[in-house]
Design a protein around this ligand. Structure first.
Ligand code: ADP
Ligand code: MG
Ligand code: MG
Length: 199
């Protein structure tokens, strides 16, 4: 079973990963965006870990809802409200349970990803974070490792796609040939989840 500590470890691992890879994420956001994805997320996840330390929420739902609120208020950019919604909806789905199973995590993340698609209007194939998140959440029913691999593959597979949502879509065909920064950060967030699970 996964408790509040597990979800805190996820957010701490996510913050560390985003910190390490911020320059890369920003570089990916240069040719098809506005070169701020890494700095946006670094600022957001630093705020998340600081708030989690200060407020010490004690259920999985409370941890993720607090983290999501923090991302929405600090990230700015398209990715802030989208990742904020992902975490808030996932956390809300847990209610006030003290522990959740891996199956419940997979179901709650599915609700979170659905909320991201409803908010942003993106579907798989539009060259966004959704391209990493959807296959990953599908694979989480199999194993954490399968979810990690699916997110990574989904991110890499955005390269030949033409963007249909977000800033990159303004470039039309010129968005082809670049890996999507948001799909890439989604793969990092899922890898951090798997790291928290100790797998
Ligand atoms: P901004 O584009 O506002 O500067 P970021 O650079 O932080 O925001 O995030 C860009 C990423 O957000 C994109 O690479 C893409 O994956 C994701 N994104 C943008 N718009 C959408 C959308 N409508 N639905 C899903 N994801 C989106
Ligand atoms: Mg950007
Ligand atoms: Mg921006």
């Amino acid at each position: 079973m996964l408790d509040a500590d597990f979800f805190r470890r996820w957010m701490t691992a996510a913050a560390a990963s985003v910190d390490r890879e911020a320059e890369w994420l920003t570089a990916l956001d240069s040719p098809i965006g506005d070169a701020d994805h890494g700095s946006n997320l670094r600022r957001g996840f630093r705020a998340v870990t600081a708030t989690l330390e200060k407020e010490a929420p004690d259920t999985p739902g409370a941890v993720l809802q607090l983290a999501g609120r923090q991302l929405i208020s600090t990230v700015g950019g398209a990715s802030g409200p989208l990742y904020g919604t992902l975490l808030r909806r996932t956390g809300k789905t847990f209610g006030d349970a003290a522990e959740v199973s891996q199956e419940q995590l997979a179901q709650a993340l599915r609700a979170g990803v659905d909320a991201v698609m409803a908010l942003g209007g993106a579907a798989p194939g539009d060259k966004t974070m959704v391209d990493a998140l959807v296959p990953s959440v599908d694979a989480l029913g199999i194993s954490f490792e399968a979810a990690r691999a699916a997110a990574e593959e989904g991110a890499v597979a955005t390269t030949p796609l033409q963007a249909r949502k977000g800033r990159a879509s303004y470039l039309g065909e010129r968005s082809i040939g670049h890996q999507d920064p948001g799909a890439t950060s989604s793969a990092l967030l899922i890898a951090a989840l798997v790291e928290a699970a100790g797998e």
